[in-house]
Design a protein around this ligand. Structure first.
Ligand code: HEM
Length: 543
């Protein structure tokens, strides 16, 4: 009796919570939809107002803005909760924003958002940093680690090793018919996790190996004996993903609702706990590297990676020849918090982007066998000439068709379809005067698919990179943003993608398990397939 009473009360309580949720969600929707429009930032209205992301749904934001661009044109306004954004889909409108000067009105990406302070993710690294001087200081260390020729050379060698290691796991996982059926989204994210953590810290998380062992266990097979401690590998990998969702959550959900609303306050706690765990892991790494540097005799070389370079900057053990010197801003060693900020941001920015692009490559190559055939023609010739040699930076430049495929997928379906700018002074954009503090979304996908610039933009056609009929015209390919805040990982991502495509497609067939899988992704800051199951097997025929 007591038990049935208890069940009844829990049921009643849950119904009440669901009811309360619905009231709050619909009140928010109603408020955002009908009232925020009445009190917008001052600006040259009226522009087409297409809606609020809260009202339109998050997952399909990219598809939604694509439809709105078709309907309303290359400039319209849209709301994220209570914040108004001007969405720009024409290159001429945003050209100014890609200014290289530090005095540009567009050095900021987003305005001050208290939630990001609460999550402790703003102002430490570069992506969400408002202070131009601190941004410049930190950005220097990321650029000098990721953009030097010696880094590019090293990244080819290391990426090749990692791709081969991953392919070994795939081979090991083959069934009796030589097939390995698996979710390529998970593998490519594990791959970029191992690669980016190694490039930035000199250490590996061993996310690939942990994934393979988990797969074996889930298939009731004995896991491979590991020489690595994999205890935290998957937790670390998942924690980075959760942090991205947390950032989105703390931007969009207002503080009051985050704190006091039953489900959302739990969600908020979960994100704060996740942040604490991830940051504590990164802090442990920083501390242990500081100790290592301290105990390495002066006549012994130190490691050469971004972490060591950040920790030794402005000390007598500085490992980098290119010194940073700023006449205005204090020249000083980085704090642990700054080092941590630069590390986690590089993880976040470098894992999902490249990983998702690779999954789009798998998708498009399955859908376009003629492109796959041409790719293989190039790869067969390339590897024949290469013989027993390993890949290097010079030879990668011969893979012109491979590069055209990457460029075309970046154009037609980039994983990062938007970036943002928050102006620090009044300006004219799209022929209209806008006040200081206006928030713009640069619709990268919209520009890259705007028929003003591209012939048949909806057509997947790598050939266009060799002979575009409109080539006298501007062909803005804005994949990595632009100006001073352009993506510092752009070279690395091309290297990773070229190595992955070349090594994998030369040796293996990768087919979608469900042939007519639609190109349907989810959007949480970037665009991703929730999963994409493929059949991997040794290459069997000549295509
Ligand atoms: C498919 C690959 C990638 C794409 C499409 C991509 C795209 C972008 C875009 C659009 C931006 C904003 C730029 C702007 O606002 O002008 C950005 C910024 C950034 N990206 Fe990437 N990215 C990729 C790979 C990487 C990698 C591999 C790393 C690190 C190793 C990285 C690190 C960063 C960082 C740290 C920023 C912030 C820069 C700043 O605020 O100064 N990205 N990326």
């Amino acid at each position: 009796m007591a038990l049935s009473n208890l069940i009844f009360s829990i049921g009643l309580y849950n119904t009440f919570l669901i009811f309360l949720t619905l009231i709050i969600v619909y009140t928010c929707r109603f408020y955002y939809k009908y009232f925020t429009r009445e009190n917008p930032l001052p600006g040259p209205l009226p522009l087409p107002f297409v809606g609020n992301i809260i009202d339109r749904g998050f997952d399909e934001f990219a598809e939604y803005t694509e439809r709105m661009q078709k309907k309303y044109g290359d400039i319209f306004e849209i709301y994220f909760g209570s914040q108004k954004f001007i969405m720009l889909s024409k290159y001429e409108y945003i050209q100014n924003m890609f200014d290289h000067s530090l005095n540009s009105k567009y050095m900021r990406r987003i305005p001050y958002i208290s939630g990001l302070d609460e999550l402790d993710v703003a102002g430490k690294g570069i992506a969400l940093n408002h202070n131009v001087n601190v941004w410049k200081f930190n950005r220097h260390f990321i650029s000098r680690a990721l953009l030097t020729p010696s880094f590019s050379k090293y990244s080819v060698i290391w990426t090749q090793n990692l791709v081969e290691e991953m392919m070994d796991y795939w081979k090991d996982g083959e069934d009796d018919d030589g097939n390995f059926i698996t979710n390529i989204v998970e593998w490519s994210h594990r791959f970029t996790t191992d690669s980016i953590t190694h490039f930035t810290t000199g250490m590996r998380v061993h996310a690939i190996e942990a994934h393979y062992n988990e797969l074996l266990l889930s298939r009731n097979k004995k896991p491979r004996k590991s020489i690595n401690d994999l205890k935290d590998a998957t937790k670390f990998f998942k924690s980075i993903k959760t942090l991205v969702i947390g950032i989105y959550f703390f931007i969009i959900v207002p503080p009051f609702i985050r704190k006091y609303f039953p489900f959302l306050s739990n969600e908020s706690k979960k994100h704060l706990q996740n942040r604490d765990w991830l940051f504590s892991k990164i802090d442990e790494l920083i501390k242990s590297r500081r100790r290592e540097i301290e105990y390495t005799p002066l006549n012994q070389p130190l490691r050469f990676d971004m972490l060591t370079s950040m920790l030794t900057a402005y000390t007598d053990r500085d490992i980098c020849e290119v010194k940073y010197y700023d006449e205005v801003y204090t020249n000083r060693p980085l704090t642990d918090e700054e080092v941590r900020g630069n590390l986690w941001e590089t993880f976040v920015a470098g894992i999902d982007t490249t990983a998702n692009l690779f999954t789009f490559v798998v998708y498009f190559l399955d859908k376009y066998p003629n492109v796959l055939r041409k790719l293989r023609d190039e790869l067969d010739l390339f590897f024949k000439k290469l013989g027993d040699r390993r890949l290097d930076l010079d030879c990668l430049s011969q893979l012109v068709y491979t590069e055209a495929i990457i460029k075309e997928i970046f154009r037609i379906y980039t994983p990062a379809p938007y970036t943002a700018r928050n102006s620090t002074a009044k300006d004219i954009v799209a022929g209209l005067v806008w006040p200081e503090g206006t928030q713009y979304i640069i619709n990268i996908h919209g520009i890259n698919n705007n028929e003003v610039y591209w012939d048949e933009p909806e057509k997947f056609n790598p050939e266009r990179w060799f002979n575009n009929k409109k080539s006298e015209k501007l062909m803005p390919h804005v994949v990595f943003g632009g100006g001073r805040r352009v993506c510092p990982g752009r070279k690395l991502s091309y290297i990773e993608l070229k190595c992955m495509i070349a090594l994998i497609y030369h040796k293996l067939d990768i087919e979608l398990v469900v042939k007519d899988t639609p190109l349907k992704t989810k959007f949480v800051l970037i665009r991703a397939f929730p999963e994409l199951n493929v059949r991997i097997k040794p290459r069997q025929n000549n295509i």
